[in-house]
Design a protein around this ligand. Structure first.
Ligand SMILES: [Zn+2]
Length: 138
């Protein structure tokens, strides 16, 4: 039993370190001129971008104009969560805190966002915030 708990704690610690490492590896930037940034929606599946643009911590600390929401659902244009349109796959995507705070500070900051179901960046108007009917980007 002691060993089991040890492994469990070790695994949790490893996961935590992995998450921390991802953030430290610079998967986010507040430099809009970062050459690794990608732009616009995709029409076929791609991996997530190497780097995503976020507002700087200083800018985010000026205050949010929307709640900080970390999940959105791909409903398609004019779709709803119980009835996505054909371009909406219905998948729920969870994003990191800094991205969520950037949306909350400036709801129109991003024109497109990643869908884990389609594995594409799609226009924000195809998504609603998790468990609401409120459009992302509004
Ligand atoms: Zn999708």
């Amino acid at each position: 039993m002691a060993n089991l708990l040890g492994w469990s704690s070790w695994t949790q610690a490893a996961k935590f370190l992995e998450i921390k490492r991802d953030i430290n590896m610079g998967h986010l930037t507040d430099d809009p001129k970062d050459p690794r940034l990608t732009h616009g929606p995709d029409s076929e599946p791609v991996e997530q971008a190497e780097v995503y643009l976020v507002l700087s911590e200083k800018e985010r600390n000026k205050g949010f104009v929307r709640p900080v929401r970390r999940t959105y659902i791909h409903v398609g244009v004019s779709g709803i969560q119980t009835n996505p349109t054909e371009v909406g796959c219905g998948a729920l995507t969870t994003m990191g805190q800094e991205l969520a705070e950037t949306f909350a500070r400036d709801p129109k900051f991003y024109g497109s966002t990643y869908c884990v179901g389609c594995r594409m960046h799609r226009p924000v108007g195809e998504f609603t915030w998790g468990h609401s009917s409120e459009l992302v980007g509004s």
